[in-house]
Design a protein around this ligand. Structure first.
Ligand SMILES: Nc1nc2c(ncn2[C@@H]2O[C@H](COP(=O)(O)OP(=O)(O)OP(=O)(O)O)[C@@H](O)[C@H]2O)c(=O)[nH]1
Ligand SMILES: [Mg+2]
Length: 195
């Protein structure tokens, strides 16, 4: 598929199913801990500075944000998990919003699940991966902030992450940096393959 990735815009924000776009366009959702770099990933992939709003403040993204890409596909920016300063009630609301989207959305082709290359995956990261595997949702693991680790140590960090996730070798694993744009072409290849 030929996609003009420069032709992108925010389409809408949704709290539940009744707000989702009603058409057949394929969607790729971004999941990961708060602050891992989901919104930065979208901006980098679309060559935009701040289309998906990023901040140093975790918990910024509260709704499902749908981005239209050239009227051919969408990115869905999902609020991050594992942000400590939210109430139990908010966490539950978050959980049902994500679960509803991931388990019922027919447009969903794959989830890009982001983890921080520097650290072992959190319990939440492991749980997200297990959830996606359980529901047989195709997953692309993207290890972000690779610019913060010297190249010579990438392998070691990759192995540690795979081990902790109990990574299925048939899934994609991509080392990525929104700063250096490392892994961008590989990520596009993996995404286009899922559409
Ligand atoms: N060095 C470096 N910093 C990054 C990278 N990706 C994101 N960041 C920084 O990490 C912080 C969080 O990035 P966001 O993209 O807002 O993270 P998010 O996952 O969307 O966060 P929430 O919306 O809160 O869930 C920002 O300060 C980014 O500039 C990366 O690849 N390298
Ligand atoms: Mg965000």
């Amino acid at each position: 598929m030929e996609i003009n990735t420069h032709n992108a815009e925010i389409l809408l924000s949704a709290a539940n199913k009744s707000h989702y776009p009603q058409d057949e366009l394929p969607e790729i959702a971004l999941a990961g801990r708060s602050n891992v770099g989901k919104s930065s990933f979208i901006n980098t992939m679309l060559n935009r500075k701040n289309l998906a709003r990023t901040s140093g403040k975790p918990g910024k993204t509260q709704l499902l944000n749908f981005f239209n890409i050239d009227d051919k596909m969408r990115f869905v920016d999902v609020p991050g998990y594992g942000y400590a300063r939210v109430s139990k009630k908010e966490r539950e609301k978050w959980g049902s919003m994500i679960e509803e989207y991931l388990t019922t959305r027919e447009n969903l082709r794959a989830v890009v699940s982001l983890v921080d290359l520097r650290h072992d995956p959190s319990a939440d990261d492991v749980q997200m991966y297990e959830f996606l595997k359980y529901y047989e949702i195709p997953v692309i693991i993207v290890a972000t902030k690779a610019d913060k680790i010297p190249r010579g140590k990438w392998n070691k960090h990759e192995s540690a992450i795979k081990k902790k996730l109990n990574f299925d070798p048939s899934d994609d694993f991509i080392l990525f940096s929104s700063v250096s744009k490392a892994g961008m072409d590989e990520a596009w290849d993996a995404i286009l393959e899922k559409l």
